[in-house]
Design a protein around this ligand. Structure first.
Ligand SMILES: [Zn+2]
Length: 235
């Protein structure tokens, strides 16, 4: 019995188990079910803020992040094109308004064209951060991947291909705090040296990461993250 990313309760059973047993199981666990539904209802979903790097941020803060990543102009141009606006977005308030339009168009209006631009925004932010961190960490760990790729997996935050020495990160990381991203980078770089999660693997990880379970712990205590991930990346 699980809650999926849309917030629905899913109960899986094998054919041999009669429906009656399932209903008994459900009523025996009703307290758990109700507490989860309550938690989902309490989730706030802002329209005047954007979820980025593990927290709700003001659009002005997202603007600064985009500027730092060197993609602000590119993203604003794409939003302008979507809105068929010829006016150049120059003032800070116009930039903030553009980002808010993108956020609402993607999340509330669920417009696929807006969602694509929003995904490019998150990818740009994550790519820029990962690039910056990987430059430092590869040197410190003396481990170098052959290439870095990005995917959209929600289960696997990172993945290392032993044969090709490539590393793939999930865009879901852009919805997680930066120290969680660092931890995933260290974990995947270590897989270039040790394929399995053996003792030597963790000993090596711990040389660079004082809290190697931080991303799992954070996800366990921020259940809303999965629902935001679905809203942003599933379309
Ligand atoms: Zn691993």
């Amino acid at each position: 019995m699980v809650f999926n990313g849309e917030g629905a309760l899913v109960l899986k059973k094998s054919k041999r188990i009669p429906k009656k047993v399932c209903l008994e199981f459900l009523s025996a666990n009703m307290d758990w079910v109700l507490s989860h539904f309550r938690a989902i209802q309490d989730d706030v979903f802002y329209e005047d803020k954007m979820y980025c790097f593990g927290e709700w941020q003001e659009f002005s803060a997202v603007c600064s992040e985009l500027e730092e990543a060197g993609i602000l102009e590119k993203i604003l141009k794409r939003i302008q094109k979507l809105m068929e606006s010829k006016v150049k977005v120059e003032s800070k308030s116009a930039q903030i308004q553009s980002l808010q339009n993108l956020w609402i168009g993607s999340i509330k209006a669920k417009d696929i064209r807006y969602k694509r631009v929003l995904e490019a925004l998150y990818k740009g932010l994550l790519e820029s951060y990962v690039k910056k961190r990987i430059e430092i960490l590869t040197k410190a760990m003396n481990l170098y991947p052959s290439a870095i790729e990005f995917g959209k997996s929600y289960r696997q935050l990172g993945c290392c291909y032993a044969k090709t020495q490539k590393i793939r990160f999930s865009l879901r990381l852009s919805l997680m705090p930066k120290d969680c991203i660092d931890s995933v980078i260290i974990h995947e770089l270590t897989h270039l040296k040790y394929q399995n999660h053996s003792k030597v693997f963790w000993d090596f990880v711990e040389k660079f990461d004082t809290n190697p379970k931080i991303s799992q712990l954070w996800l366990d205590t921020h259940k809303e993250n999965l629902r935001i991930y679905y809203k942003v990346f599933k379309y």
